[in-house]
Write a protein that binds this ligand. Structure first.
Ligand code: NAD
Length: 430
């Protein structure tokens, strides 16, 4: 296999920016394996997905013609419990992508001590070109195709890129129709009226802010007055910005796919949210001049939050990052080669599996509410999220200190050691 540095260079020179997520996750995990003494057979189990289902299904489109779509569901590992992970609708969805994302979910759930394995699924389609009725038919048919491996104690989907609470409502309804009873625990991220948890929408951004606050505390620094740049002012990025502002930080730069906005006197977040609600993009913000969206990444700020997509901080641009702290709201925003550069520069990176774990923590609370038939107040949800994240952050920080490794490798080590311990108790059959 080519070294990742070499591959990143080739990708750049060829103008093809996508870095293999599978190689990225493999490299991160290999690094963590070398810091543990878990048995080789467990390492081998964890190097491959347990199950991948690939489906090909027809859907009648609005104009009457029939189109075929490819869908996937990968259950990476289920030693800790039923698998959990989002469903993505995107033209680039592939077996390889869902496998890498399912692996990340496995490490994330293990890290934050949830009784879940990791999964991910998706349909290769362009949702921006599909009507709502077409999306509903695709969702219902995809759910039917993967039904044999779904279940509240088997595999529980959630929203991901270009899927929403409405998608989850259609999945839940399809599953319930076939079973003959209503099964709210089959998905999380549902609309609140169907049993969606209070606080779920804000949970990932809230978690990013909590993890950043904990890092600052451990570094002996104060968040008050710290400057923040947020790449991707969507669900995760905007909520992280609001919570960090509440904690005393100042948001000075934000971007979305349309542009960047920078003001070192501080941005007015309510105005930005209003603009997004009205126009769905920041470029329509009339109160200031927009800049190139990538400029936001390179600002001289204290904290950078990449909350857009994977592969944003790479070997070719990592040197331009000026922030002292990078809190990864998105999954996989930093490539391994960029990680090394940031480490040498002394940048503290809060890895995605820790920083953005607030979403799955509250998804677990949603599932627990559905199974128990109870409904918890938002305050209780937020307190539980806070308590768990603070304790996990502490565990990762201590592991990093003990082994003199980065927070990313430490987070993987904590996750891998937990899964290995579970395998050691469960044993092998026969
Ligand atoms: P979202 O669609 O609500 O927001 C994404 C934002 O990124 C949008 O504002 C989009 O315009 C912007 N964007 C896209 N390309 C960009 C670019 N090149 N430069 C700047 N901005 C760009 O999605 P989200 O739910 O906020 O998810 C963001 C990331 O966080 C994804 O990687 C997702 O997998 C990850 N994540 C989300 C959750 C969750 O609960 N929503 C949980 C864990 C991880």
């Amino acid at each position: 296999m080519k070294s990742n540095k070499k591959k990143e260079k080739e990708i750049r020179e060829g103008g093809y920016m996508e870095f293999s997520l599978t190689e990225m996750v493999q490299e991160q995990v290999e690094k963590a394996f070398s810091c543990t003494d878990i048995p080789e057979y467990v390492q081998n189990i964890l190097k491959c997905p347990k199950l991948i289902l690939e489906v090909n299904f027809p859907v009648r489109m609005d104009d009457g013609h029939v189109e075929c779509f490819k869908g996937f569901r990968c259950q990476y590992d289920n030693a800790l419990g039923p698998t959990k992970g989002g469903v993505r609708y995107h033209p680039e969805v592939s077996k390889e992508e869902v496998t890498a994302l399912a692996a990340w979910m496995t490490w994330k759930c293990a890290l934050v001590d949830l009784p879940y394995g990791g999964a991910k699924g998706g349909v290769a389609c362009d949702p921006t070109q599909l009507s709502e009725t077409e999306l509903e038919r695709i969702t219902r048919r995809y759910t039917t195709e993967i039904m044999p491996i779904l279940g509240p104690h088997l595999d529980i989907p959630a929203p991901d890129v270009f899927t929403t609470s409405k998608t989850m409502a259609w999945m839940m309804d399809t599953f319930s129709m076939f079973k003959g009873y209503t099964e709210p625990a089959i998905v999380t991220g549902k609309p609140e009226v169907l049993g969606g948890s209070l606080g779920r929408k804000q949970a990932t951004g809230r978690g990013v802010a909590i993890a950043t606050r904990e890092l600052y505390k451990n570094l002996g620094k104060k968040l008050k007055g710290a400057t923040v740049a947020v790449q991707g002012f969507g669900n995760v990025g905007s909520h992280a910005a609001f919570f960090l502002e509440e904690m005393g930080a100042e948001i000075v730069a934000v971007s979305d796919s349309s542009c960047g906005l920078i003001d070192y006197d501080g941005l007015h977040l309510e105005d930005l949210t209003e603009c997004i609600e009205k126009h769905q993009c920041l470029i329509q913000f009339s109160k200031m001049k927009p800049c190139e969206r990538d400029e936001v990444l390179y600002q001289d700020v204290d904290i950078l939050i990449p909350a857009a997509l994977e592969n944003q901080i790479r070997e070719d641009n990592a040197d331009n990052i000026q922030a002292d702290v990078v809190a990864e709201g998105a999954n996989g925003p930093t490539t391994p080669a960029a990680d090394e550069i940031l480490e040498k520069k002394g940048v503290h990176v809060i890895p995605d599996i820790l920083a953005n774990s607030g979403g799955v923590i509250v998804s677990h609370l949603e599932w627990a509410q559905a199974l128990s038939g109870l409904r918890w107040e938002e305050e209780e949800i937020n307190q539980r999220l806070e308590k768990r994240l603070v304790s996990v952050f502490d565990k990762v920080w201590k592991k990093a200190e003990e082994k003199k490794i980065s927070l990313r490798t430490a987070a993987y080590v904590v996750a891998i050691e937990r899964i290995a311990e579970v395998y050691s108790y469960r044993g092998l059959f026969p």
